[in-house]
Write a protein that binds this ligand. Structure first.
Ligand code: SF4
Length: 313
């Protein structure tokens, strides 16, 4: 079967209608975060190379846009870490030049200590790096990095990147209850944010079913306390789920589109309806079919009912 490197567009909390591009095979990542919504990392690596054909990715983007597809952003993200791709810089450049669309990159920041990676990201419009801890011990507990990764190198790389970047940098911090949300963690993170100087900080916690099902979200009070500490050094917002709703006709391939989106990340029916512009009743009916056929399962967490691949561990 021919690989499909595009997913969505999905309703992104941060980017509006975002067409995702996945350059890395599922769960190939320098981290194995306890909260990862796409499951446990199966290939734990920092090796940069061409994991997929850049020409094929560009051909699929061409097909999407020439067929009338619309997106606010093309977003390099997905189920692996995009900066592992040696083609990232070229693909950012070509996407902007050929399709005239803004480009975002969602990265865990693990490779930003590398000046070459920083140079490749420099042509994006928005870079959304993560930093979940500024203390080595809780960094290792929450992100489970490749051995030898020092969080200090990541912080220094982020600071250097922001200094030379002309686009937007929105730093995402995800707090997990009891793992990286202590007073010490929040103080250390505030210090790191002051060094990095992002345009804004987006503070988040677990909302989708995490890789490690024993993990729990940070409390609303803790998020508020962290937001207050961070807002002394940078504009900070607590991110809330998108509330867009769809209207209009269902596309012919609604079922395939819904399934391919769920294979990339757990979604609610509302996420799917808004992101894919498929009426909510069609989405709900399709999800019911996929669940009864055993392709998809429903997982209920505090943020709502999410749908994920039935084979996910
Ligand atoms: S959340 Fe992102 S950085 Fe963490 S393991 Fe999953 S893909 Fe990798």
């Amino acid at each position: 079967m021919k690989a499909n490197y595009l997913f969505g567009p999905v309703a992104s909390r941060r980017l509006g209608r975002s067409l995702g591009v996945d350059l890395i095979p599922a769960k190939t990542c320098p981290f194995d975060c306890v909260y990862c919504e796409v499951g446990r990392t199966t290939r734990h690596t920092s090796e940069r190379k061409s994991y997929v054909s850049a020409e094929e990715v560009l051909a699929q983007l061409e097909e999407f846009f020439s067929g009338g597809g619309q997106a606010d952003y093309v977003t390099f993200s997905g189920s692996g870490e995009p900066t592992l791709s040696m083609d990232l810089g070229r693909l950012i450049r070509e996407t902007k030049k050929r399709f005239g669309v803004a480009v975002a990159v969602i990265t865990n920041g693990a490779l930003l200590g590398d000046a070459g990676v920083r140079g490749e990201l420099a042509e994006a419009d928005v870079v959304i790096p993560s930093l979940d801890s500024a203390r080595q011990c809780s960094f290792e507990a929450v992100n489970r990095p490749v051995a030898g990764t020092a969080v200090e190198d990541i912080i220094e790389g982020l600071a250097r990147f922001v200094k030379g970047f002309t686009g937007h940098v929105w730093l995402e911090v995800l707090l997990v209850g009891g793992i990286n949300d202590s007073d010490e963690d929040i103080t250390a993170l505030a210090g790191a944010i002051a060094r990095i100087r992002p345009e804004k900080v987006q503070l988040n916690t677990i909302v989708r079913p995490p890789a490690d099902r024993g993990m729990r979200p940070a409390s609303a009070e803790r998020l508020e306390e962290a937001a207050q500490a961070f807002s002394r050094v940078a504009m900070t917002e607590i991110v809330v789920p998108a509330s867009l709703r769809a209207s209009g006709e269902a596309p012919d391939d609604a079922r395939a589109t819904i399934l391919s989106t769920i294979l990339r990340r757990p979604c609610t029916a509302e996420d799917l309806a808004a992101g894919l512009s498929i009426p909510l009743d069609v989405v709900e009916e399709t999800l019911g079919e996929l669940v009864s056929e055993g392709c998809v399962r429903k997982v209920t967490v505090s943020a709502g009912d999410y749908y994920e691949p039935a084979g996910k561990t």
